[in-house]
Structure formats: structure tokens, C-alpha cells
Design a protein around this ligand. Structure first.
Ligand code: UD1
Length: 337
């Protein structure tokens, strides 16, 4: 069996990817320090998969212990999710973001030289493009000025992965540029578990619908978009998770030194009001909201060209915005404050 190390495997995208890996015949091995996830996720994964899930509680930068895990489990590939991901927090704690997302990544690559690992999938983000000049965004679109330290760590991370791979006689690597992941597993056993008040739209929206917050604030309706609110490419987290499996399969057939970057989105642009109204339509739940001012650093519009993922490894999204919002709502209803 092909064994894959999943750093940050208890997180939102990581946990859904663990499910897809296991269901595709891989053996996922999680390492997670649970700094931004809950230990209960592992039990939920075991229930969902009906099998034991291997998880080591440790930081991915603890390479001494990592070496033991890699040897013991016979690991050949890594999907590297472990990173900090809050845009607002990154402006307040830039050094923590650079230390974890950039310095940690460099150390990880130095360490990988002494292991048999030869395939690496890097969690990147559409944030690397900044505010795009043209839509949809293709992988060849320029990387514009990053709008936050977080975004800079993803630009730097990609550059590191690319340069390391180009000079490597062993590694083949891919950066997946995620658009806006939302939703939850349809089993409602795993989903997004924001610690504290969520910054992202959909978890805040479902919490508001559940009565956890008085109302949702729409951050600006004066953008030059059809309804005045910003446009994003919201992708179901299960579809995104499946893209990781495809990427890994694809890398296996590549030569050492191979590197590429691929968008993972749906190709559809939806506004904040589209999301709100779609949620109300599919759930029948009224959502209290008000319109506020723009959030600093927010982009106006971005959505992906998904051609490359399709051409390279036959991946396309299969789930709609409706599916994603229904699954997010089903998951929300299992949560307690
Ligand atoms: C944010 C990050 C992005 C990161 C992604 C991770 C910024 C500028 N970008 O994307 O780099 O990869 O999270 O998931 O923060 N909105 C509201 N009210 C809310 C929350 C959000 O109106 O309470 C709006 C925002 O203005 C935005 C849209 O909803 O237009 C989506 O916001 P969000 O879910 O935070 O994602 P991004 O900002 O696109």
C-alpha cells in the first residue's frame, strides 16, 4: 500500500483529504500538533472510514520524531497542509507566519534529503495572484503584489518548492492553488472547525443561521461587480480533497525534478449575495444580515480557470454551490457552542 504523510491532517482540508486518500487505496499517516484543530477529528475519521487512522501528535518541524515516523510507516510521499492560514492574524504576527510557513518549509526540505520521500504536494492558495487583471485566473497569470504576510508566505512557499524541485534528483512536486474551500463531508462527521469567531464567510454564515451570532455583515456592496459584493470561486472541500489524490497519482508517473502549479477551483464566480441567497434557498433558513464597509485587504473578484487540472490529471469539480452550502449546514447542525 502507498503510504502518504499528511501534515496538518486533522485540519479542514487535511481531514477531508485523508478520507479521499483512504478511499482511493492510499494509507494516510497524519501528523498534527492540534494547534488549530481538534483531537476528536481523528475519532470522527475512524468512524467515517470504518478503520483505524494513524495519527502522530507532533509539529511537522520536529524532524527528529518525523524521521522515526517516516521509517516506521514506510512513507514515500507528503501532502503538506500544516501552516498558519489567517490573513488578519498574519498582519499582527508576521514572524510566526514566516517561521511556520516559510522557515519551517525550508527545514522540511533540508530534512527530506535524508529520507526516501520523493513526491510532495504543497498547499497553496489563489491568494498568490493578488487582485487579478483578467478572469478567469490561469496558472500563467502574473503573481501580483501580495495583500498580506500570509499571502507572501504562500508566494515564497511556492518559490521554494519550485527551486528545490528544479535542482532535485529525487523530488517531484506540485503546488495546488486553492480557491475558496467551503462545505463539509456529506456524512456530517467532519467539517470546518474554526477555533473562535470565524473570519471566513461560510462558517460565519452557518453559525449565524444557527443563532450563534446576531447577524452577518456583508463586507461592502459598493464594488464594481453586478450586485456590488465581491466575487469568489467557492469549491466544495470534498472536490478539493479529491484533487490532492489526483495530483499525487500524477506525480508518481513523473520524472525527478518535475514541478508544476495547478488551480483548484470550480471556474464559477459567485458574489457574497449569491452565497447568502443560495443558502436561504436550499436550507429554507432566513439569514439576518447587514451591509457594512469593505474589509481591508479584500479582493474584488477572483475565480479560476480549471482547464489545467482537467488536462493534466483529469480532475473537475463535481459538487455545486448548493451541495456545498447544504453540507456546511448539515455539519453546522451537529456543532454545539
Ligand atoms: C481568505 C483569504 C485568502 C485565504 C482564504 C482561506 C483574505 C483577503 N483572503 O479569502 O487568502 O486563502 O481566506 O480560506 O482574507 N465576507 C463577508 N462577511 C464575512 C466574511 C466574509 O462579507 O463575515 C466576504 C468577504 O468580503 C469576501 C467573501 O466573503 O468577499 C469571502 O471571504 P472569506 O471567506 O474570508 O475568504 P477570502 O477573503 O476570499
Amino acid at each position: 500500500m502507498k503510504t502518504v504523510l499528511v501534515t496538518g491532517g486533522a485540519g479542514f482540508i487535511g481531514s477531508h483529504t485523508v478520507v479521499e486518500l483512504a478511499e482511493s487505496g492510499y494509507k494516510p499517516v497524519i501528523i498534527d500538533d492540534f494547534s488549530n484543530s481538534k483531537r476528536s477529528v481523528i475519532k470522527a475519521l475512524e468512524r467515517l472510514l470504518g478503520q483505524k487512522v494513524t495519527c502522530y501528535e507532533q509539529n511537522y518541524q520536529d524532524t527528529h520524531r518525523l524521521k522515526e515516523v517516516i521509517a516506521k510507516e514506510g512513507i514515500e510521499s507528503i501532502i503538506h497542509f500544516a501552516a498558519f492560514k489567517s490573513v488578519g492574524e498574519s498582519a499582527k504576527k508576521p514572524l510566526q507566519y514566516y517561521a511556520n510557513n516559510v522557515a519551517g518549509l525550508i527545514e522540511l526540505f533540508i530534512f527530506l534529503n535524508s529520507t526516501p520521500i520523493n513526491s510532495f504536494v504543497f498547499s497553496s492558495s489563489c491568494t498568490v495572484y493578488g487582485e487579478p487583471d483578467e478572469l478567469p485566473v490561469t496558472e500563467e497569470s502574473p503573481l501580483k503584489q501580495a495583500t498580506s504576510p500570509y499571502a507572501k508566505t504562500k508566494q515564497m512557499g511556492e518559490a521554494i518548492v519550485e527551486d528545490v524541485t528544479n535542482g532535485s534528483e529525487k523530488l517531484r512536486c506540485m503546488s495546488l492553488r486553492y480557491f475558496n474551500p467551503i462545505g463539509a463531508h456529506p456524512s456530517a462527521l467532519i467539517g470546518e472547525l474554526p477555533l473562535g469567531k470565524p473570519n471566513n464567510l461560510v462558517p460565519f454564515l452557518t453559525q449565524t443561521a444557527a443563532g450563534w451570532h446576531k447577524e452577518l455583515t456583508v463586507y461592502g456592496d459598493d464594488y464594481p461587480t453586478p450586485d456590488g459584493s465581491p466575487i469568489r470561486d467557492y469549491i466544495h472541500v470534498v472536490d478539493l480533497a479529491k484533487a490532492h489524490v489526483k495530483a499525487l497519482d500524477y506525480l508518481k508517473n513523473k520524472e525527478a525534478g518535475f514541478y508544476d502549479k495547478v488551480n483548484v477551483g470550480t471556474g464559477n464566480g459567485n458574489s457574497v449575495f449569491d452565497v447568502l441567497h443560495t443558502f436561504e434557498k436550499v436550507t429554507g433558513v432566513q439569514l439576518p444580515y447587514k451591509v457594512g464597509s469593505r474589509r481591508e485587504g479584500d479582493l474584488m473578484s477572483t475565480y479560476a480557470s480549471t482547464k489545467k487540472a482537467h488536462e493534466l490529471f483529469g480532475w473537475s469539480n463535481e459538487r455545486s454551490l448548493e451541495d456545498a452550502l447544504l453540507d456546511a449546514w448539515r455539519w453546522q447542525k451537529t456543532l454545539h457552542r
